[in-house]
Design a protein. Sequence first.
Length: 562
Amino acid sequence: MYAELLFVVGWNGEALEVGVDILSRLLDCLDPTVVLAQLRDELYMGMGHPHERIRQVCIHQIERLVDDEVGLNNLKNDSEMLANVISTVADESLAVSKLSMKSLIAVGKDPAGASQLFEGPLQPQMIRVAATNETIRYRVFEEMKRRKRGRAGGVKKRMKQCGNRPYLPTIIMGNVQSLCNKMDELCGSVKYLSDFRNASILSFTETWLTDNHTDDCVSVDGFKIIRGDRDLEAAGKRSGGATSLPALEKVNRSGLLGQLLSDLHTEDDLVQLNAIEMLCALVDSPHGIVFLEKEGVLRKMEEMLVEAEADPSQGFLLPELVKFFGILSRHQPKELSEKYPAFLQCCFHLLESCETSLLNIAVETIGFVGSSTDGKRALNKQGMVDVDHLDIHGRGIVHPREAHPGPTNRSQSEGAVSTGMSLLSSGKVTKEQLNEDLEGMLQQWFEQVSTKPMDLILSLCQQPFLEIRCPALSILQALCDHKWAQTQLLNRPGFQEYLLDRSTEHEKIGKESKYAVVKALAEAYHTGEIFGRPYLLKLREYVRDGPFYVQTQSEVVVEGNR
């Protein structure tokens, strides 16, 4: 019956739509492994059917198959079916192509599946499909990029559902010693914690493994062991080893990565733009940075950045190039400022741009670079954080339309607030790391934002409009880490009473924003010294009660004669 519904070629129009709808509903009622076992040939031929809807139904069954562990293993063992799925990446229908790409991404997450796609008999098929045209080639590159990062659809939805927990199959990384002594804890985490159990890769460096340690000593159920023990003679050290991520090398050996890098040198600007976007995924990992630097890609990117800034006809490449170096700055902020100074210079030039999109990107990128201590020092070393640039941030927080004339929206003010928090926040550092040089630098930056920046922030915190108060409270939260800022707050009349007064906020987001300020001040290193022990205890009591605490008032009613 299924085959009859699938191959009634004479159907068209409404009859075809009804038949495909019935077929889809019937197949979805079956287990995907049963569909592959009993209708394997029909699915294979259906993926080449002249009607798009039928091709879509067939590849949808493959998509269901990869969501099932047994079905995924069956698909990986069927090279002919996998080759057919690869061919549908070049389908003229984007809907069909997306379904096939999702299936291949799931196959490639497994080391054995990655070997099949990029090193095994399916590699020539991948290369042939990629050579169809530029559009199809970048579909293959998209699959390659997502496979390395473990990405899948529905990211934003899962972000909301998971909160602070990982919302994608992730990579658990750690720098540990004596891994063999920690295997019970690791196996327990894999067994009982979904974040570990669903991880794509468990990567541990400096595990001090030698030839005397067999794979059984560090085996974890459900994971394949890939070891890269250090060569003691070459390293000149006693011992030590590290696992490696093999996916990048597999993709590189397949030749597909070389094609992607060659697209940076093409004269087609659109192809260059797509290539840069793909490489943004690769630069977001330490081993990817090493590879790109070795291939000279980072230097080429800097040259393209300089050319794009100077040539208005290439200006549309600027956002992706800035994004690329912004991601790189998260891993190597200090090295970035020394090796590729043109990036930071470009960011500060864009602060004076007349285009809102470029201005927003520059503001957010500077905040991204300044989120780490090394990044702050790199910005200061370049001498780029001057009065004019910080004044732009200040006006962007208070009056976004004045900071940038013309059409704008709330995102510009939010970007300025986020950047201000990143530049002024001390981050996760110890008390010893908060030295006088760093504190003096941050104080100097803050005082250049406005004529009286602290008075400005406190006045905004007490404005009647929530969209003004919350950004100001976020800045105040970042300031609470610093001794100089606490001293200024102590000298502001009424600040201590205002901070403990819960009646100033009536909405959920406002209560949470003010609670974050109180918590930051209560956990800061110098609060007891500056504000005194009694006030610190009141702050801790506020934190203990939570953001939505309402104090109850007991009243006694005495009944008597009127």
